[in-house]
Ligand binder design. Structure first.
Ligand code: ADP
Ligand code: MG
Length: 622
């Protein structure tokens, strides 16, 4: 035996015995017939009764039990859509789209007719819609327009255990809605993990359990930590394919790049095997799934492989709970996933690769036991599982930038929430639009979103300082950044040019990438990107508008005090203003960093009149 057997809960009902039988079953039965075999179906009437008697209900059930696809339909069938919508929130956009499609097929209606979905930039809801799937972000935005959510009769908050930032914020808002509206129902669905917490939050709301139907999963850990998990996963999948009995394979990876690499390697190995042997190599249907994959390709994971072929799905954690594919007998878990974390240095949320939690690892393993007894291959050691992994994931609210949500909650500036940026940088962009210098501001925002591009090796400090000085724009570090970028651009974005000028080429390239992403968002919002040419006072004005909290007034030589909070702040020796000995009366700065003293990072001189014009609630001219 390779490893230990960690049994997963016992099976209850066993009317699905063999994998083959299930696949044929889903081929031959209509969606309507299949509905009756889902675990949630056996408790349909009790569940509806509990919902009738309570305003808030927490529903707990194994993944695949039918919560997402069935609950909304039951509510519809029970009459809740006569005077309002049944809304169902999803933390992921892929899930919102895919589930809406499935349910609309089941109800034999066009997507967008009775059943719709809404994600950012895309809403197919029509006049006949009764069931609407949406991302939690969409519902959060709707609460700004209609605080009582009057058009919804019921909201199902699905996948609450994922504790997405938006879902967590929605909890608070929906609790209020429930208090205001007696006709409103709220259903929170969750994996077992957090059910009690949710119930407590809603004043001991009843917790309804859907009986599970899972088969034991044999869990095998790696003996040693693996160095290249993509390669290891590919090898494992090939071994299963060649040596193990029928049953589909599900591989968990972190993101698109890896998934594509793994799919490519698998296809190539099957090819090589086919040409190097006379024996027939069984077919392997290789199917990637990640959030950026086009919807029609995503839908392919649900297709049955042709006779004698095996499916191998290579997925992100989207397949952990949001999407359930039947017929999986083998899970290969790399033990990693991507999580959004706030990077204060960049002022942006960024996706980073982390080891998954034990709860997530168990959930992944469980995917192998939905159709029959399965096997999970963990590409990490058992001690990594026991000693290194966190018990449960850290809720998003504790690890991401709250600026955008705070902004949203305040209902400030609408447009601003579209940008994956700190509010101050989003504000700068919008002011750039108003002042017709968006092209320039876009560059500055992108440059501020990456680590410093100035390269200052210790042994060549003087030389590099001199190189930097050549870029200085006397009154502004922001404009200096703009200057650097524009010069790089007019030198065809060349790498050797960067090296010659002591600039980090990687940083500049990253800035260029951020810039093009922001440009895409601006295009979607139909915001025109105009340039002010060299009228850089306009740019400084836009910069000024972004930093009300970070305005400072001259107090002594190189010494300033923050206008609002009175704390001291100093020009940093690397600043253009310091370098050129320019000490304007008023400045704004990007951020304050504390090293030997409080230094302002990235400073621009501003006119006091601008502060008064742009931030009248804070400043006035005496
Ligand atoms: P839960 O929300 O409890 O995890 P779901 O309602 O998402 O469960 O899924 C119930 C069943 O419907 C699962 O067996 C799943 O495989 C099946 N299913 C969901 N979407 C599709 C689809 N697009 N195609 C085929 N089967 C699907
Ligand atoms: Mg679900």
């Amino acid at each position: 035996k390779l490893g230990d057997i960690l049994g997963v809960e016992k099976t209850t009902e066993q009317h699905l015995k063999k994998g083959e039988a299930v696949s044929e079953f889903s081929m031959s039965k209509s969606i309507a017939e299949q509905r009756q075999y889902l675990p949630i179906y056996s408790v349909r009437d009790e569940l509806l009764q509990v919902i009738r008697e309570n305003q808030v209900v927490v529903v707990v059930g194994e993944t695949g039990s039918g919560k997402t696809t069935q609950l909304t339909q039951y509510l519809h069938e029970d009459g809740y859509t006569i005077n309002g919508l049944v809304g169902c929130t999803q933390p992921r956009r892929v899930a919102a789209m895919s589930v809406a499609k499935r349910v609309s097929e089941g109800m034999e209606t066009e997507l967008g007719d009775k059943v719709s979905y809404a994600i950012r930039f895309e809403d197919v809801t029509g006049p006949n819609t009764v069931i609407k799937y949406m991302t939690d972000g969409v519902l959060l935005r709707e609460t700004l327009k209609d605080a009582d959510l009057d058009k919804y009769r019921v909201i199902v908050m699905d996948e609450a255990h994922e504790r997405s930032l938006n879902t967590d914020v929605l909890f608070g808002i929906l609790k209020k809605v429930a208090a205001h509206r007696r006709d409103f129902k709220l259903i929170v669905t969750s994996a077992t993990l957090n059910a009690q917490k949710f119930s407590n939050f809603f004043g001991s709301a009843p917790v309804f359990h859907i009986p599970g139907r899972t088969f034991p999963v044999n869990i095998l850990h790696s003996k040693t930590p693996c160095e290249d998990y993509v390669e290891a996963a590919v090898k494992q999948a090939m071994t299963i394919h060649i040596t193990s009995p029928p049953g589909d394979i599900l591989i968990f990876m972190t993101g698109q790049e890896e998934i594509e690499a793994a799919c490519y390697a698998l296809a190539e190995r099957i090819d090589r095997l086919t040409t190097s042997t006379d024996k027939a190599v069984p077919k392997l249907l290789i199917l990637p799934i990640y959030s950026q994959l086009p919807a029609d390709l995503q839908a392919k994971i649900f297709q049955k492989a042709e006779d004698g072929a095996r499916k191998c799905i290579v997925a992100t954690n989207i397949a952990e709970t949001s999407l359930t594919v039947d017929g999986i007998y083998y899970v290969i878990d790399t033990g990693y996933g991507k999580t959004k974390v706030y990077n204060p240095k960049m002022g942006m949320d960024a996706l980073q690769v982390f080891p998954v939690s034990r709860a997530a690892a168990d959930q992944r393993a469980g995917r192998a036991g939905r159709t029959g007894p399965g096997t999970c291959y963990r590409l990490y050691t058992e001690s990594a599982y026991l000693d290194e992994m966190l018990a449960a994931p850290v809720p998003e609210i504790q690890r991401t930038n709250l600026g955008n949500v705070v902004l949203l909650l305040k209902g400030l500036g609408w447009k601003m929430v579209e940008f994956p940026l700190d509010p101050s940088l989003a504000k700068m962009l919008l002011m750039g639009e108003q002042l017709q210098c968006l092209d320039e501001v876009l560059t500055i925002v992108s440059m501020l979103s990456v680590p410093s591009v100035f390269f200052r090796p210790r042994d060549r400090a003087e030389e590099s300082d001199a190189a930097r000085e050549k870029f200085f724009v006397p009154e502004s570090d922001h404009l200096t950044l703009l200057n650097v970028y524009q010069q790089w651009k007019s030198n065809q974005y060349r790498g050797d040019w960067c090296n010659n000028h002591f600039l980090h080429v990687k940083g500049l390239r990253k800035a260029r990438e951020v810039r093009s992403q922001l440009l895409d968002i601006l295009k979607t919002l139909k915001i025109p990107v105009t340039s002010c040419g060299y009228d850089w006072d306009m740019v400084r004005k836009a910069v000024c508008s972004a930093y009300f909290n970070n305005a400072a007034r001259l107090k002594g030589v190189g010494e300033y005090v923050n206008c609002r909070k009175g704390m001291p702040c100093h020009l940093h020796p690397s600043s253009a203003l310091y370098g050129l000995g320019y000490t304007p009366e008023y400045v704004v700065y990007h951020e304050l960093i504390l090293t030997t003293k409080e230094y302002m990072q990235c400073v621009s001189a501003v006119e006091p009149q601008w502060l008064a014009d742009l931030g009248p609630m804070f400043f006035s001219v005496k």
